[in-house]
Design a protein around this ligand. Structure first.
Ligand code: SAH
Length: 330
């Protein structure tokens, strides 16, 4: 029965919320689901994996997201921000290794849109690359300035599609975050969204809504990762998001949005899930390109301290690792 539902989803790219919820809660067909997602991914992307380099350039944040370790309430955390010249230099180095560089930060108002725009255009003028911004909510006008300066893509996850849960975690309704996504779309950015698995209070019904929201927003990219509790937040001590449930959500996203770029999120990699995610529909890997001195301070969630290797070496190691899995980098 469930196999028939999955097959239909694979063939049509559509499912109802109830069907998605059933697939999420019934584990009897997981292998069938993962195989279906892997097949759809292979049909579209073959054995090619897209690799991105991410520079986390500031951990200052004006927000108070209950799950996030760099939220303003974590007063124990030393704060850093890279100056424009440093960020440009690091961005150029990262762009020499990665074709796409993601610039991510807390919501740090130190950087005006003009400053960030200059940083983007300077990096792109020195080294051919695509630039993704992940800097949180801004006005439509600011997004326009950044787009004009050459920013290609923007990553801003909806985090959870349940309005009440969103408000409980953020102290404000999701409306502005969704407004941002719509503005970015209109301005011609490639849009990245996503959500967390295992947030306290989240149900399978909500995950089904999360998946349908990705489809409704026609996102080009979706980062789906497990929630990892951080000691310096109000959610310290809560249960961890489940890696298998995360893989199921990634697989369903692949079936609902066949062409969507789906990273094996860094949060899932923390749980050792990179290979699993690639086997169930993910096609993108993000690697840290943040200067070593700042990596520990970009403490969104614990356990992110992978080995600090020079970028080129880190990239080559990944190439080898993927090669052993029969995959190659774009
Ligand atoms: N400030 C930017 C970048 C956010 S950090 C923005 O607001 O968009 C990138 C992502 O990390 C978030 O979108 C969130 O989904 C994820 N994240 C934050 N805290 C987390 C936690 N404790 N566990 C797992 N993922 C987390």
């Amino acid at each position: 029965m469930l196999e028939a539902v999955i097959t239909q989803l694979k063939e049509t790219g559509n499912a109802t919320a109830e069907e998605l919820e059933r697939i999420l809660t019934d584990d009897s067909c997981d292998t069938f689901l993962f195989d279906a997602a892997a097949e759809v991914k292979r049909r579209i992307y073959g054995d090619t994996v897209f690799v991105r380099g991410i520079i986390e350039f500031s951990n200052y944040c004006r927000c108070a997201c209950a799950y996030c370790g760099i939220a303003r309430g974590n007063t124990d955390l030393p704060r850093y921000r890279m100056q424009p010249e440093e960020l440009i230099a690091e961005g150029v180095e990262a762009a020499k290794v990665y074709r796409t560089v993601i610039l991510q930060s807390g919501e740090d108002t130190f950087y005006t849109a003009q400053m960030l725009g200059q940083i983007v255009s300077e990096i792109k003028s020195r080294q051919d690359c695509a630039i993704t911004l992940s800097i949180g909510a801004r006005s439509e006008e600011e997004y326009r300035v950044l787009r004009a300066a050459g920013a290609d893509r923007f990553l801003i996850k909806h985090e959870t599609a349940d309005a009440a849960l969103y408000e409980a975690l953020h102290g404000e309704p999701p409306d502005n975050r969704l407004r941002c996504q719509r503005d970015l779309r209109e301005l011609g950015y490639e849009l990245g969204s996503g959500f967390m698995i295992g947030l306290p209070g989240q149900t399978a019904q909500i995950i089904a809504q999360d998946l349908l929201l990705l489809q409704e927003m026609r996102v080009d990219m979706a980062g789906i990762g497990p929630f990892i509790p951080h000691d310096g937040t109000p959610l310290a001590g809560c249960a961890h998001g489940d890696a298998r449930m995360t893989c199921k959500a990634v697989a369903l996203a692949r079936l609902l949005l066949p062409r969507c770029h789906l990273p094996s999120t860094t949060a899932l990699n923390v749980k050792g899930g990179m290979a699993d995610a690639l086997r169930c529909g993910a096609n993108v890997i993000m690697q840290k390109a943040t200067p070593f001195a700042y990596r520990k301070l970009y403490d969104i969630y614990p356990g992110r301290d992978a080995q600090d290797l020079p970028l080129r070496e880190q990239y080559e190691r990944l190439r080898e690792q993927l090669g052993m899995m029969g995959m190659e980098i774009e």
